[in-house]
Design a protein around this ligand. Structure first.
Ligand code: HMG
Length: 410
């Protein structure tokens, strides 16, 4: 296939999350915070909580398995794993997914990091690779667990999920357009030093940094010939909490000199927030999940231009658009997405705090995790400084790899 004038974009898109959730109603009962602050003030109803045997690898493998099952692995030449919840300083998390899914050996596998922006970088790199050789496909995985300290302002904005995107020529869902607008500025709004499992954040300044980056990326996009805002059907924003999207759209309308009406903003953004308002922040997966929610909504989008704003603290941002392919609805995974959200088991505040406090050993000692996931892959434990993953049957029982007592597994 010639690479000239070939359209490139997202051929398949899906997400998976954890098996457990904490509702904000349960959180409010114990924190004394008015529930309206969670529901209306930050726009969150619930957040995904990982079971002890779930992590960014198990969630990503779960999402990726659906994509590989539908399209086969043979044309995938690159697997890009974007995360800021990395499990290893050296080895790419995507290699565990590569192994769990039994992908062929002739694949380049790398991990990318820049806070919540990582998957957008991966999407653009994937697009460039496919333009160079339209016969190949790129599997982009975005997987994160948003974790803040207990009793901190960020606590109510935790969450977890993984998105899988297959980037190909002649995509079924969306073509990625040019140009895009970029913005980078070193800022300490949110970060996680290597020795911490929970992020540090200056909440108010992170909101300001997000909006400044939106201004910067938008003006670069327009300066490069990007389409006026009135020609964009719907905007999908990175959603650390869904009210952030409202703040962002308000800001962008002002930047573009368009009228600002909070009720109209709420109505146009509602189709993009249905999943994230119950999953919580999934960092680098959040924007893809906002896009999945829009595609799964009742709004017809054939041929329409969708705007995407990606922000990663620290900070890097990108503003881009995608054109929805006619007939995209035939390729959606709406039922699986709704099931991922509704199948989670609600947990009590006490169980949530116990889970938050329990971390994996860092001294290499043998550790077997409790088998709680309902997903198809689980983290069985740690042995000799190695994470051990295994496949499960549909109710989470181990079916491959060694049982946690049967160490070691290679
Ligand atoms: P906070 O101090 O808990 O809340 O921090 P607040 O006092 O700012 O109130 C939040 C909103 O609730 C306000 O609305 C209140 O008025 C309202 P606003 O003025 O913003 O429109 N409110 C109520 N509404 C109804 N009924 C009530 C009520 N009470 C108050 N009774 C904050 C909130 C978001 C700062 C905190 O949760 C936090 O630190 N979160 C983590 C940081 C974050 O999410 N930052 C977002 C931008 S940075 C980003 O997106 C990148 C990120 O994803 C990381 C990455 O890139 O990897 C975080």
């Amino acid at each position: 296939m010639s690479s000239e004038n070939v359209s490139v974009g997202i051929h398949d898109l899906t997400f998976r999350t954890t098996s457990l959730q904490l509702t904000h109603a349960e959180l409010a009962r114990h924190t004394g915070v008015p529930l309206a602050k969670y529901h209306r003030g930050i726009g969150q109803q619930a957040m995904s909580i990982p079971a002890p045997d779930e992590d960014v690898i198990t969630m990503a493998a779960h999402a990726a398995a659906a994509v590989v099952e539908r399209h086969g692995p043979d044309r995938i030449r690159t697997l890009l794993f974007a995360t800021e919840t990395s499990i290893d300083q050296a080895k790419a998390g995507g290699l565990y997914v590569h192994s769990l899914l039994g992908l062929p050996p002739h694949i380049r596998v790398v991990e990318l990091k820049q806070a919540c922006y990582g998957a957008t970088a991966a999407l653009q790199f994937a697009t460039a690779l496919v333009h160079r050789d339209p016969d190949q496909q790129v599997l982009v995985l975005a997987s994160d667990i948003a974790r803040y300290d207990l009793d901190s302002p960020g606590e109510a904005t935790q969450g977890a999920a993984a998105a899988a995107l297959l980037v190909t020529a002649r995509p079924a869902l969306l073509e990625i357009d040019t140009p895009s607008g970029l913005f980078a500025r070193e800022v300490m709004d949110f970060w996680r030093p290597n020795y911490r499992t929970a992020a540090l954040v200056d909440g108010r300044s992170s909101v300001d940094a997000y909006l400044r980056a939106l201004t910067g990326a938008w003006s670069d996009y327009r300066a490069r010939g990007g389409t006026p805002l009135r020609n964009i059907h719907t905007m999908c924003y990175h959603q650390p909490f869904t009210r952030m999207a409202h703040k962002a759209h308000h800001h962008l309308l002002q930047q573009a000199g368009l009228p600002v009406d909070p009720e109209h903003i709420a109505a146009v953004l509602a189709p993009t927030t249905t999943y994230n308002q119950v999953l919580g922040n999934s960092y680098t997966a959040s924007l893809s999940i906002a896009l999945a929610a829009l595609l799964d909504s009742a709004t017809p989008l054939d041929g329409e231009t969708v705007g995407l704003f990606s922000y990663g603290s620290g900070s890097v941002a990108e503003f881009l658009t995608a054109t929805v392919r006619p007939g995209y609805r035939d390729h959606l995974r709406t039922d699986a997405h709704r099931a991922a959200v509704t199948d989670r088991r609600p947990i009590s505040y006490a169980d949530y705090r116990d889970l938050h406090a329990s971390t994996l050993p860092t001294d290499g000692s043998r550790h077997a995790t409790a088998g709680l996931t309902s997903g198809p892959y689980r983290l069985a434990g740690i042995h000799d400084h190695r994470r051990v993953y295994e496949a499960t049957d549909p109710v989470g029982r181990s079916v491959s790899g060694a049982a946690p007592d049967g160490w070691p597994v290679p």
